[in-house]
Design a protein around this ligand. Sequence first.
Ligand code: PAF
Length: 282
Amino acid sequence: MQIFSGNVALREYLKSIMTPESTIGFVPTMGALHQGHLALMQKSLQENQFTVVSIFVNPTQFNNPEDLAKYPRTLDQDVEKMTALSPEIIVFAPTVADIYEGNTQSQSFDFDGLENQMEGQFRPGHFNGVGTIVKRLFEIVTPTNAYFGEKDFQQLQIVKKLVEKNKLPVTIVGCPIFREANQLAMSSRNERLSPTERQEAAVIYTILKTAKEKFKTQSTTVVGEWVKKAFLKQPLFTLEYFVIANEATLLPCARKNKTKNYRAFIAVFINNIRLIDTISLH
Ligand code: PAF
């Protein structure tokens, strides 16, 4: 398995193996790889001649220093998992200095308002950090296709907007959420949960599925109130937000319109660990 930390070394290697017909699939990650990441890699391996995976815990997208400090960093195990999947994966694991060259700051982006909802409200600056790193990684890796999970649905829409607005020559491929046996959405943060918390966290998706059922016949407000009450009965959890939004604009749904597709988004804390999930309502 080829592993690079420097941008120049990675660029030179890619240049040496590529022909004009070659395609590069790219899976950007922050490491602590789980089955969901591996499924993105599998898809990229199937659809491209080369697959590059980046492992980089991007400081500029963390608004909470404790969250950044505690984010799991497990490069050796990650490399083992990727080798088992395919030794042909090309790994890019840069340092903060490699990426930011002494200026660890985000660029400021206008994503046509997609950045102001949900995660944008509760994690100020988060999407400027995501936009900065994704754009930088695209410049270095020059992918043909890039793969993102739908668990971070808002991020996926924002990355599509980044590509559209900056006319970047890459196709963004959204991939379905992978869930643990108890239906908890897979996330690197799940590693920080105790076994009991991890088991109990199944309630997040159970509540989302019930909310989906209720949305068929009830208003957004009634469904939202029901979700709030449901979490009050869960002492381990604190609900940060539950929002039903238009999938394309991410604007909250005030009144249902049959011609629009809606999606529910949720963020909850369990013992200071923040988990998000989402479900399509159509
Ligand atoms: O989804 C993630 O893991 C990160 O936000 C990403 C896309 C790798 C950028 O740091």
